[in-house]
Design a protein around this ligand. Structure first.
Ligand SMILES: [Fe+2]
Length: 501
């Protein structure tokens, strides 16, 4: 009856008299954003996630957490308590400090008579530790109705130190009846806080996804579908007024925060939430996690209309004042990159960052996607300039539902700065299967591309090289899918770019 959870006799309940008739840990447990001494532990109490009250009382509920050095909790090293409120959907973000660097820990929550499943997490090595390397997996885009999450099951079997998720955790629209659905969420568009919460609940009750969260700490950023398709800044394509869109964005950000293992500093204030941040693995690695959605300027194109996704080149497109990241985030990012002493510098962002020009209708005309970096080439140049000053830079992305390896240059004919990878999508199919080969034909820096399969990428960083292994699912529409290795790339220490092996 209670998958992965157990109920204690009511007499054992501490402090709070709440007694659950069924498992409140329906969405499992998660951890995230570790540093050398601390980590965030997440859960959400919700015996009945689709009910307006989630099956919870109106009053606040106390939740105890424990962190142990062993999975049987014989050596509990930290414990504490958080209050869960209806206002944040009874979600918990416990920031646990006082941990040792570079260690594996196990954690669990207790509320009244209910005990959560056990999660495993890991602290990073100390900032100045001279560690040999690290391993992580990354992916993005998990449209629930169009595929199962077998990729997560295989990804956690790789035993990564951490997981990086690059956005499109949910898709906000109701599953369309004319799509090839393998399963359904509630038949509604997510538009307000209650419906975004229901959308997260549908996704987060998936067993493979819960297991992936319980296996390792995650570093999560968002893309557009956590809010609305192709939004940028305060601009939307759904026809809402700016004021109404910002209300929707505030609801979406709040629901995202309630369901992600992120620090309390990422709690939204109205329609604003800072999620850009740095992550360090001793002196071996630094990951800059950035937000390519919230701070965009000039998303609207007066001459083309608001929802134009493919645009020709123009002075406006190249305007240096046009920013995808916002000048404050840009300044923060450039400062982080400048100060980084990591051997491997990873920029974790939402998109296929490489320039992708395709022929337009007029002779000699090139068209560019307005929804990502090609709509903001000046920002990309500034970012690549900053990356070029770091040790062994690489860029990882999601969004486009493909596997891709590419070379990045500040100017199209310039020197190679860094390799870029799109690490696959967990479940979302490619929107335009034929479009990839056309793009590759006209953009030789896109030297590997595959968009018919789903999956993730494993990254193994060592003292002399970093290896990226793309794993694809044999059939993402089969919950029990096997996987295979799609392609492997290696980056040699001190040499820009990646070579397929
Ligand atoms: Fe996506």
């Amino acid at each position: 009856m209670l998958a992965g959870a157990s109920l204690l006799p009511a007499a054992c309940a501490t402090r709070q008299a709440i007694s659950y008739a069924s498992n409140p840990f329906t969405m499992g447990v998660a951890s995230g954003d570790p540093d050398a001494n601390s980590v965030v532990l997440w859960t959400r109490l919700s015996p009945d996630p689709m009910a307006p009250d989630f099956g919870m009382p109106q009053s606040a509920v106390f939740v105890q957490w424990e962190v142990a050095e062993d999975d049987r909790f014989n050596r509990i090293v930290r414990s504490g308590e958080e209050e869960a409120h209806a206002g944040s959907a009874f979600s918990i973000h416990a920031e646990v400090g006082g941990l040792k660097p570079g260690r594996t820990y196990w954690y669990r929550f207790t509320s009244g008579n209910a005990v959560s499943p056990v999660g495993r997490t890991r602290t990073t090595p100390a900032r100045d530790a001279d560690v040999q390397g690290f391993r992580y997996v990354f992916s993005a885009c998990q449209q629930y109705n169009l595929g199962y999450y077998g990729a997560w099951r295989h990804a956690v079997a790789e035993n990564p130190d951490f997981v990086v998720f690059l956005g499109d955790y949910i898709y906000e629209r109701a599953p369309r009846a004319d799509r090839d659905n393998v399963r359904l969420t509630v038949n509604e568009d997510a538009l307000d806080l209650a419906s975004y919460r229901r959308r997260y609940a549908s996704y987060k009750m998936d067993e493979d996804l819960k297991a992936a969260h319980a296996a390792a700490p995650w570093l999560v950023i968002w893309d557009d579908h956590e809010v609305a398709n192709n939004y940028g800044g305060d601009f939307n394509q759904q026809g809402l007024s700016t004021a109404d869109f910002l209300l929707r964005r505030a609801a979406a950000y709040q629901a995202w925060y309630e369901h992600m293992p992120v620090r309390k500093s990422s709690a939204p204030v109205g329609p604003n939430t800072r999620i850009y941040r740095s992550f360090h693995w001793g002196r071996a690695g630094a990951v800059q996690l950035i937000d390519g959605r919230q701070y965009r300027t000039l998303t609207e194109w007066p001459e083309f209309g608001a929802d134009r996704n493919q645009i020709p080149d123009s002075d406006l497109r190249r305007d240096p004042k046009r920013t995808m990241l916002g000048l404050e985030q840009e300044a923060w990012l450039f400062d982080q990159l400048k100060r980084s002493n990591a051997k491997w510098n990873i920029l974790a962002q939402q998109f296929a960052i490489v320039e992708r020009q395709v022929p337009g209708k007029k002779p000699g005309q090139w068209m560019y996607g307005n929804d990502a970096w090609d709509g903001y080439p000046a920002t990309r140049e500034r970012v690549l300039q900053a990356l070029s000053g770091t040790s062994n830079p690489s860029v990882i992305g999601g969004d486009s539902h493909i596997f891709m390896a590419a070379d990045l240059r500040i100017k199209r004919e310039g020197a190679l700065v860094a390799p870029a990878f799109v690490g696959g999508s967990i479940a979302s199919p490619a929107n335009d299967v034929e479009g990839l080969s056309i793009a590759m034909k006209h953009n030789p820096d896109m030297h590997f591309g595959e968009n018919k399969v789903r999956g993730y990428t494993l990254v193994e960083a060592g003292p002399k090289q970093m290896t990226l292994t793309m794993r694809s699912m044999v059939n993402a529409r089969d919950v029990k899918t096997e996987q295979k290795t799609l392609a492997q790339f290696v980056i040699e220490d001190g040499k820009p770019g990646a070579t397929r092996i």
